[in-house]
Structures are given as C-alpha cells and as structure tokens.
Write a protein that binds this ligand. Sequence first.
Ligand code: F58
Ligand code: PLP
Length: 803
Amino acid sequence: MTTEFRHFNGGEPIDAEALGAAVQSHLTYTLGKDAAHATRYDWRMALSYAVRDRITDAWFAATRKTYAEGAKRVYYLSMEFLIGRLLEDALVNLGLADAAEAALKAQGLNLMEVVCDEPDAALGNGGLGRLAACFLESLSTLGCPAMGYGIRYEHGLFRQSFEDGRQVERPEHWLSQQHPWEFERPEARFRLGFGGHVEHVDGRAIWHPAEVVEAEAYDTPIIGWEGKWANTLRLWSAKAVHPFDLGRFNHGDFYGAAEPEALARTISRVLYPDDTTDEGKTLRLKQEFFFTAASLRDILRRFDSEHDDLALLPQKVAIQLNDTHPAIAGPELVRLLHDERGVEFHEAVRLARGCLSYTNHTLLPEALEAWGEGLFAHLLPRHMEIIRRIDEDHAAQYPDRASRILDHGTVRMGELSFLMAHHVNGVSALHTELMKETVFSDLHRLHPERIINQTNGVTPRRWLKSCNGALSDLLTETIGTGWVRDLEQLSRLEPMIGGAGFIEKYAAAKRENKTVFGNWLNEEFNLNVDPDAMFDAQIKRIHEYKRQHLAILQTIADWQAIHDNPNGDWTPRVRIFAGKAAPGYVFAKEIIHLINDVAAVLNADKVTREYLQVVFLPNYNVSLAERIIPASDLSEQISTAGKEASGTGNMKLALNGALTIGTLDGANVEIREHVGAENFFLFGMTAQEVVARREIDGHAGRAIAECPALGRALEAVRSGRFSAGEPDRYRGVVENVSGPDYFLVASDFASYHAKQAEVSAAYRDRDAWARMAAYNTARSGWFSSDRTIGDYMSQIWGAKSLL
Ligand code: F58
Ligand code: PLP
C-alpha cells in the first residue's frame, strides 16, 4: 500500500501528527481505552473512526449537492455486496495511508497488521456480489448520486475449512465485533407485510397482510477516489414490530415471549439460506421482498420530499435490479403507485418501467429464478394478482409468440424482470448475444431495443493500487498517478515494454509479490514454494461449469509425465486453488476433496515435487483474492464456453500481469481482444461447438479414447491412487467425466493439455513472459469499472456526474 501525504476532500490537509491525535482521541473517548492497554483491535477501531470522520465530510457535501441540484439518483438493488475490508480502501482513496502508517508506527504498531485485523464483510457469494461492491466504489469515484440497497445479514458467507480434505462450513460472525463504518438509522424504519388476503372494494385492492415486520436501515458511506464524493450503502435489518411479548413472559413462557423477535430477525439472519426445503424457499422469497419493498418505500419517501408530481419518477429515479433477486420491485412499485396512490394501472406500469432496468448474470437454467405459484400467492397475494394482469396484458398484445411470466405453475422472475424493465443488460459481449439467442429470444424479438451489453469491470483502486503496491509504485514512477482514475492511461506503458529498463522492473515487482506471498504461505500453511516457479491460480467458486476438475485431471497427467521422465526439463509450477462450494452442492464438494487428496500425494512425492506442487487455500474471500492476484503468473479461466456470463477475476488477474489460459467464454473473449491473441493462451471449443459436441453420442468416451493422457489420469483417480483408504471415493467424478460429461471436460482436455505444455515452454523465456505480462497490464485499462459505470450512466440510467 503506497500513498502520498494528502487529503483531498476539500477539508484541511491532514498529516501523520494530526491523524495520530484523532486516533488517540477516538481511543480515549469512543473506545474508552488507555493507550497503555489498547489492543490491536482497539487501535483498528480508533483509526477506523478517525478515517470515518474524514469520509463523513465528503459524504454530507455530496448529499447536499444532490439535493441542491435536484439530480437524478441511481439506486442499485442487490441481495449481495461482497465488500471485504473497508479500512484500507478508505485510506487509499483519501490518500491517508502514509499518514496512518506513520501515526501507528509512533505507537509501535504496523499498519498492515492493523488493517488485516478487520474481518471481511462477506455479504455475497461471489462474482455478482463483488461486482456490486466495485460498482459502488466507481459510482462514488465518478460522482454519480447513487445508493446501494441490500440486506444487513448477521452472518455473511460461511467460513470454509478442510477436515481430511473435505469442506467444512462454519458460520461467519462479521458482526461479533463492532462494525465501525456503519451508522444505525433507527428513524429510517418501514413496516412490511407478508401473506394474508386481498380485499377488493369499489375497484380498489386492499391488502391485509397476516404478518408484519420492520426494516431498519444501517448506512455505510462509500468514499470515491481522492475523497471527492461519497455515496451510501443502505442495508436493511429485520426487526419485530413488537419485539417482546410481555404477556407471554409474565405467564412464564420465556421462550414464547422472545419468539416474534427471533422470527422477524430470521429474515436478515443469513446470506442465501439453503433453499432445498420449502421453509428455505419461503425465507429466500421473504428476504427478496423484504429488502426490495423497504428500498422502494425509502426511494419514494425521498422522491416525495423533493417533488410532488409522480409523473417525474422516471426522470429522477433509476433503479437497477442486480439479477432477478429484487425482481419483485416491478409489481411492488406498481402496487405502491396504483393501490396506494391511485395512479391508473397502465400508467403505474409505465412509470415503474421508466425507472427499472435489469442485469442478467447467468444463462444456466437451474439458476434462473422461478417460484411455485402457490408459494408466491401465499406470501404475496396482491403481487400475484398484479403479475397475472401484467402477464395477461402482455399475452394479449402478442398473442402468437408470447413468452409468459406465469408458466406451468411457476412465476418466472427473468421474464417478469424483462417485461418490467426499460433496459436489460448482459455482462459481456458474448453473454449478451447468447441472451438474445436463448433465454430471452422471444422477448428480444418483441422488444429488440431492450437488451444491451455492459461488459463488467473492476475497480483499479482496490484491485491494483491497494493490493499490488510493488506494481503500483512502478506504474506511478513510469507514467504518473493519472492511471488510478483513468485506467486507460496504462496504454502509455506500451512504448516502454519493448525497450530496456522497464521490463526488468516489471518482472522484479512480480518477483517481489511472489516472495511476499510465498512467505505468507510458509507462515500460515507451512508450505515451501519457490518464487521462481510459475504461480498458476484458479480462484473462484467451485462449480462444474468452471471446471476445476479439468484443471486437476490435467495436473495429474503432468505429474504422471514427470514420473515417466524425472530427469526431463520440466518447468516448475505451483497450482493454486481457492474457492467455496455451496453447502448442498455434492459434486463441487467432491472436486474440493479430490484436489486436496491429489495435493497430499503430489506434495509428498520426492520425485516430482520440485516441479509440481498443489495447494488449496481455505476460505476464499476478497482479502485472500487480494493476496493471490498480485502474485499470480497464470490465470485459469477454463469454463465451458457459453457458461461463464463474464467473469471478473479474469480481469483482475490480467490487470495484475497474469497471462490467461482460457476458453472463448464470457469476458475472456474481450480480454483476449484487448491484450492481443499473442498474449493469451486460448484453448477449447467455442460456444457453438460445445452445443454441437453435446449432441454426439458418447462424446466423452471418444475423447478419452483419443487422449491417452486423459485415460491414464482418470484411471489413477478411479483406482484410488489418491484415496487409498477408500478406492471408490471418486467414482462419481470419474463416471461423470467418462459418461454424460455435460460440461465437456473430456472433449476439451486434449486442447487444454497441449496448451498447458505451450504455457510451460513459454515461461522458460522469462523476458518474453514478462513482456507478455506487461502487455496484459498495459492493455487492461478498458476493464475498469469506471468505464462500465460511465456506460450504465449514459446508456441506461440517464444519470450525470456531479463532480
Ligand atoms: C456471476 N454470477 C457470473 N451469481 O457467474 C459471472 O460470470 C459474472 O462475472 C458475475 O456474476 C458478475 O456479473 C454470480 O456470481 C451468484 O453468485 C448467484 C447469487 C444468488 C445465488 C446463486 C449464485
Ligand atoms: N469471489 C471473490 C472473493 C472475488 O474476489 C471474485 C473476483 O475477483 C470472485 C468471487 C469472482 O471470480 P470469477 O469472476 O473468477 O468467478
């Protein structure tokens, strides 16, 4: 982490001494601690409060300006915000890192140790939630008046560990300590209903819910680069309307007395509860309605405070639905406008559509949300009526080819979102085209202007400046500081890549990162790795379509080849895996177990371990990503073509100078176009070829027969070579790859294997490799989330920067 002694937000510049005094003051008066007895936690809290004070000034100024200008506001509704730690981000964006380092040093403390004491706020599963967090930061950097709305889960994504190589899940308690960044807003509360019945009186619908809970707001300011603007992340926590039943208590029913509170709080208790049971499904739908409805009420309250004509809504309010999880926003907004404010039904639909837009993040059929009509009507009876009317109106308008919201007893949230949005966007060029051809082909023909592409991006502040100090310093020394705000300036490196001097420094920065990471692996996991070996990373959620099993089978094949010829000229590699499997996803958990079993055998093999090591790092989260990414040489982006909507890990790795080995899937296609085909290791079938290949009977068997290396690797797994005590342990994996192999691991194996050999050969020419890596950095500027958000602002939201 490197910064300069500055404080940008228009306030007084702050130096180490002044910051130190502010920290001391918080230590004494906020935490009630004497410096002589303060722990690392106390110092972190005191520093966080001191930094938060600085953010607050910019935050108020931004809010005042938004009101003063009557500006259009953007509302980003998302079930997930995978924000990670906030202290380092805030220090970097305020230019306070050096001051903080010096202030803590004066107390005998190390800033990085204090920063790492902060628990990750893991209020998301993976890419979708992390994207929302990058977007928040870019919205503030761009000075776009915006607000993120989500749920303040008491427990974020589970903590992963391994026992005998198997994934074990434990609850995450990020709120067990005080969260210094948020402000509780007891005054911002809304009552929300569930269930009950609808009464129709004189053409008016009156919903009488059976159950009511309260949503209470907690606000976290999100500061942009150089502290010029701050927006709010508003998260809702569920509370009981009557928290405590004194009557029951007085009758000795102590548990019963606390029940209403416990039941209400369940709604915001955990991120994405298992929905394999009906109770789980109901809870998920309740969560979706809970945060969406609370957010809409808040949005309308704010709108009312400034305007008195509802017709202005689409001009003043843009609401982005992050996937279909907040799709109930459509019918709920119509209900609020029509039932509660008397706007004519079709006009209410028109106004709602004028505000709403929807991002699709997946084409996987099993991930497209659909609710049983029974469950839906039971929980949200009035919304069911509204949806039926919208669906019938749509079908009446397009009788021949109407793709319906209500279909075979289910409510399809993708279709609902599409019909209630003025724009629908995919997250990479390929994904958007496939959306038009597959899930939304009917609707696209009816509304050809509605689908547009917005390729994802990542914030360069967190994903380069703050996580990769060695490279950031070099970039700043070479082209100045402008790249942090305008990442396309990285292209100014290009002329230097061919010349003398720069490339050595670039390679040295990577080497330094690898050494730091290697030392950490040693300290934390007692693992010895050679920083000159290739660090090859596949870090992401574990999923069949992401094909971690392709990578591990290929690793086994390499290991066998080294054994055949131990004196060969092999390129040393460390294969790094990290990622969580959904608790109920059995196959993904088997893949984790297999990788850990293979790691145990390979790392103990004296013949091969000089050339090949495998590590599976537990508990992948934002902070772990920040450690691995700067130290990686090779980025594994090996999903079955057509299945990864975009990917954002791929962008972070390329930006930090890892070369990609990947398929033509998601944003890999655009990464390859930008960095140059010669700086990217392409393999595998295209999305069209994948579809055709699946039609061929016995495709996996044929592929195995044609590729002896794959046959042999599979045989080693099948025979129990990696599971001595239980030879059948991986029968399921072997049978899947040899039989149905829906994700075409077998069919892509030979191409992947051959490309990996090319990768190994290329790595031996270290100068050439460093040049390819540097081109990846120099040409990744387009993948900044500032570019993405700028395009959302102009093409979807019609929002303006107030900077
Ligand atoms: C991801 N989706 C896409 N979903 O898979 C990835 O390609 C893309 O880069 C990213 O969105 C951002 O656009 C994703 O992360 C989820 O996590 C679901 C959340 C709800 C439960 C099921 C998983
Ligand atoms: N999870 C975490 C913690 C991340 O940091 C990222 C992206 O960097 C992702 C998930 C998404 O990874 P991918 O795009 O490879 O699926």
